[in-house]
Design a protein around this ligand. Structure first.
Ligand code: 5GP
Ligand code: MN
Length: 323
């Protein structure tokens, strides 16, 4: 179905001279997986001139991945590139406008799987059915690589396992499982990788989890759970923003909860994450606030006080619940 765009992407990559790789703000396992696998793929094609830059760098937990140490943290990249590869980001704002696509780049390749994505760039490989963007990178690598190396497989498996939350989210499908199996055949050790990603939490991270869950608020007859991470909680526990990842899953794990919200204080307001169980479409809520994501995992930013943000978010959630 995507054969042509994949072949075109491989051709553009093979003929370019310089590359910029980037992904979305607060990059997650899928973003880092796509960037590192793509960097290894570029090297296989003899392409050594690339920069990987994210506005928010790379979470410490993924720094063990091959080439992850090459990821730089930058608000804006300077210079020009033949090709920009925008991975797992549904629009250029989601990268934090790290680059001006009009003046700094000759060709723009976008590879993404977000429900809220709109077409942009010269080559747009958008597959909303794909559980992870990593699987799309897998398809590109397969179309052009000489060999699916253990290193590339390790990066890609990380994307699939984190984006499906260990193959238990609703996006888990036969394709994700099949690709994961092929990656294991290519040399991935699922147990070792799982341990590095999920069993090496830091004490500040666990303290943050504990503190934010102890303040969990349940409303709407037990259907909505809201957790808040005020700025001072990060200071108090010594945790970093990337350590807020995962809190929302615990909020959603409460029996009876259909929608979980995490409100993390940021700038003059709150970064809101939403996760749903069953059929509630949280992307529809996020889009109303100018954000986006997937049906069961979405986010947005909302300016204002905690009281105001919470009230507005809960109101939209309750409307969506009654649909
Ligand atoms: P998270 O809640 O983990 O930050 O994000 C969940 C999903 O929603 C991810 O797929 C992420 O890319 C997307 N997302 C989060 N925040 C935003 C936002 O502000 N705008 C858009 N378009 N998508 C977002
Ligand atoms: Mn992502």
């Amino acid at each position: 179905m995507f054969g042509k765009v994949i072949r075109d992407i491989v051709k553009v990559i093979a003929s370019g001279q310089s590359f910029l790789l980037t992904s979305h703000l607060n990059p997650d396992g899928d973003s880092i997986s796509c960037e590192t696998a793509m960097a290894l793929f570029l090297e296989q094609l003899g392409q050594k001139k690339y920069v990987i830059a994210n506005r928010d760098g790379c979470p410490a937990i993924y720094r063990f991945l091959p080439r992850a140490r090459k990821i730089i943290k930058a608000a804006r990249v300077s210079g020009t590139f033949d090709v920009a590869l925008i991975l797992d980001a549904s629009d250029i704002q989601r990268t934090g406008n790290i680059i001006d696509l009009k003046t700094q780049v000759k060709k723009v390749i976008v590879i993404d799987h977000h429900l809220s994505a709109l077409p942009f760039g010269d080559y747009h490989y958008l597959d909303r059915e794909s559980a992870s963007c990593a699987e799309q990178i897998y398809n590109v690598v397969k179309a052009g690589a000489k060999k699916l190396t253990q290193s590339i497989a390790t990066c890609l498996y990380t994307g699939i396992v984190t984006e499906t939350n260990k193959f238990q989210e609703a996006n888990t499908n036969p394709a994700a499982l099949r690709t994961a199996a092929l990656l294991v055949e290519a040399g991935v050790d699922p147990c070792e990788l799982g341990r590095r990603i999920y069993e090496e939490n830091s004490l500040p991270q666990l303290k943050l989890l504990g503190a934010s869950l102890s303040g969990l608020q349940v409303s709407h007859q037990g259907q909505v759970a809201t957790a808040v991470v005020p700025r001072q909680l990060l200071r108090k526990t010594g945790a970093k923003v990337e350590h807020t990842e995962g809190i929302i899953r615990f909020a959603r794990s409460l029996k009876g909860v259909k929608v979980a919200a995490l409100l993390r204080q940021q700038n003059d307001g709150f970064k809101v994450s939403l996760r749903s169980q069953d059929q509630v479409d949280v992307n529809a809520i996020a889009v109303k606030f100018g954000g986006g994501g997937h049906k069961r995992a979405a986010g947005f930013f909302l300016a204002g006080s905690l009281t105001k943000v919470k009230k507005e978010v809960l109101l939209k959630i309750s409307k969506q619940l009654s649909k």
